[in-house]
Write a new protein. Structure first.
Length: 255
């Protein structure tokens, strides 16, 4: 079989192009999730600010919330630009790097909530802070896990500062809470790794199936054309033999 597929898979000459097509499909899956993710993180950010309004300086809370809202708006704009991109394959690596940068900024913003909003003397606010940060981490897990490098950037930036802040309390209860945070971080990564592998496999299979279908259609068209040429040649040969036979019979009949 000739063409981009062979008996052992994709032709090596098209391997790089295939990787770009697969990456483009993965990044497309990422950006399609952005609107729901921005909505969820905005709700949680507003809830956190409302819960801590009396406990932390208003300027600090408003500044942090504004940064979260701006980051969400930038993600929405990027998702819109990606959907409208006319030459996606030519810039897919740039889009992937841009997404990793956005994951880093989002992780840093949520990681900053730990040193900014942790209240040593108020366990209720501590619980709210931990719950919101974990809610964001796990609520956006499929978003960042779709492209695994982004997950490796986002999770440590979002969760390790809070883990470190718990350890800094120097209390066995906080040590236990920090251990739980680390366990959850590992669980989130393992789940994200498996999810990322499944997404990549799905996109890759879809692409290879499309290539196979296109090749089969092309080869069927070529076979149809070859059969048509053969049938035309057969008809021409039959007409020639019939004419030759007729011409030979005429002198014989005269004799």
């Amino acid at each position: 079989m000739s063409g981009p597929l062979s008996l052992v898979g994709i032709d090596p000459s098209l391997r790089e192009r295939r990787q770009e097509r697969v990456l483009a499909g993965v990044i497309g899956t990422v950006y399609r999730q952005v609107p729901q993710s921005v909505l969820g993180t905005t709700v949680l950010a507003v809830a956190l600010v409302a819960a801590l309004w009396q406990a932390r300086p208003a300027e600090l809370l408003i500044g942090w919330l504004a940064a979260v809202l701006v980051e969400g708006a930038v993600r929405l704009k990027a998702a819109s630009a990606f959907a409208a991109s006319a030459h996606l394959l030519d810039h897919v690596q740039r889009w992937a790097r841009r997404w990793m940068l956005q994951a880093a900024i989002a992780g840093a913003l949520w990681g900053a909530a730990a040193p900014l909003f942790f209240s040593p003397d108020d366990p209720t606010h501590q619980i709210v802070l931990v719950a919101v940060v974990l809610g964001v981490a796990f609520g956006t897990l499929t978003l960042y896990a779709t492209h695994r490098p982004a997950l490796l950037v986002f999770l440590p930036l979002a969760l390790l500062p809070l883990t470190g802040r718990l350890l800094a309390e120097g209390n066995p209860s906080y040590y236990a809470a920090a251990v739980v945070m680390l366990v959850l971080l590992v669980i989130a990564y393992l789940f994200g790794r498996n999810y990322s592998n499944a997404i990549y496999a799905s996109v890759r299979n879809n692409y290879e199936n499309e290539v196979l279908v296109d090749q089969l259609i092309s080869e069927k068209r070529a076979a149809d054309e070859a059969r048509s040429v053969a049938e035309t040649a057969t008809r021409s040969k039959t007409r020639f033999l019939a004419a030759a036979s007729h011409d030979l019979r005429q002198p014989l009949q005269a004799i």
